[in-house]
Design a binder for this molecule. Structure first.
Ligand SMILES: [Fe+2]
Ligand SMILES: [Fe+2]
Length: 342
């Protein structure tokens, strides 16, 4: 530190204004009752993935192909869930910089913590199934396992490209815009975990899916409450960005909820065939990944739910012909444009 540091306190009675944005709200305003309620629910419903009934999970009762196939699904989920804690931590910082009301800050803190739980759950499942804590350095035991590891490496490569774009997007966009993307992710997540819960045979997975699904339901409610607060006063410029982000969300999240659109995801030609083979294998072992048709219908329903929320605020919806939804044409979306999270 230089000796010539200016001392304000020698010159004035009160300090100068602190430059904004500053990550330092010395205030605890509370205006949105609903958000306070969700925060309180998050404390009541908190759970610990390590305390699930892992002792009832006999991994040796599965064949290696089944183990590798089920681990592959958790790996696919991790491509989304393992990035969620830093993604929401970044958004949490933004709520502090904006001096958001206290319940918004608390809700974002809870989402960050929940998402870390989901990522921990992925890790516990993968580590047990593979007997190794890292699906990318694991040594596959079967031919299917080898092909799935190749898939996993390509998924990881694709997912890794979106972080830099996201970091640039967070300061650039209003919280209101970020929320539409979050809503897309949360509705998608709530949908898939509900399905996985009803189809799971293994107690530890069933309980895990139930908890994760409940968390995602709260995340959805947080998005809706903030949208209800902010959307009525939103300008048309932000509305257009949201339309584009919803289309981006479809392309991004389809990889886990449906099948990855190949003009957006950079994946090898045998990717989908390998993934379908693994899903069939996992289903046969009582790990109920929805079939192609069921996924398509569920994803369509989830998107219609997003649409019904945005319709209320007069936000044009993008065309999603892949699942039979008409709307505004949106093209030229790159991974770098993506905000959606899970
Ligand atoms: Fe999650
Ligand atoms: Fe979530």
């Amino acid at each position: 530190m230089s000796e010539h540091k200016e001392r304000f306190s020698d010159q004035m009675e009160f300090p100068p204004e602190t430059p904004q944005p500053n990550v330092y709200p010395l205030s605890w305003h509370s205006h949105t009752r609903k958000l306070q309620e969700i925060w309180e629910a998050s404390l009541r419903e908190h759970w610990d993935p390590e305390k699930l009934p892992w002792d009832t999970f006999d991994v040796d009762s599965y064949s290696w192909e089944e183990r590798e196939s089920i681990a592959y699904w958790w790996t696919l989920l991790s491509v989304f869930d393992a990035s969620a804690p830093p993604v929401f931590a970044e958004a949490l910082v933004k709520t502090y910089e904006l001096h958001e009301e206290d319940p918004v800050r608390k809700c974002f803190f809870s989402v960050t913590s929940d998402e870390q739980n989901h990522e921990i759950m992925c890790g516990l499942a993968i580590t047990r199934l593979l007997g190794h804590p890292d699906p990318l350095t694991y040594e596959p035991k079967t031919d299917l396992g080898r092909r799935l590891q190749k898939n996993a490496k390509w998924l990881y490569f694709n997912g890794g490209r979106y972080w830099t774009g996201y970091k640039k997007a967070v300061p650039r966009y209003d919280l209101a815009v970020l929320f539409s993307s979050f809503l897309m992710g949360e509705i998608a997540a709530a949908t898939i975990f509900k399905q996985m819960y009803s189809n799971a045979r293994e107690a530890v997975f069933k309980e895990g899916f139930q908890n994760i699904g409940r968390d995602e339901g709260r995340h959805m409610a947080i998005c809706m409450a903030v949208m209800e607060r902010d959307y009525p006063k939103m300008g048309s410029e932000n509305k257009a960005i949201i339309t584009k982000q919803i289309r981006a969300g479809y392309l991004f999240l389809s990889a886990v909820l449906f099948e990855p659109p190949m003009d957006f995801w950079d994946l090898p030609g045998d990717f989908i065939a390998n993934q379908r083979e693994a899903e069939e294998m996992a289903r046969g072992a009582g790990f109920g990944i929805p079939t192609y048709e069921a996924k398509k219908e569920n994803w369509r329903q989830a998107i219609i739910n997003v649409k019904s929320v945005l319709d209320v605020y007069g936000i044009p919806f993008p065309a999603i012909p892949e699942v039979g939804i008409t709307g505004e044409e949106v093209s030229n979306i790159a991974l770098e444009d993506i905000i959606p999270v899970f």
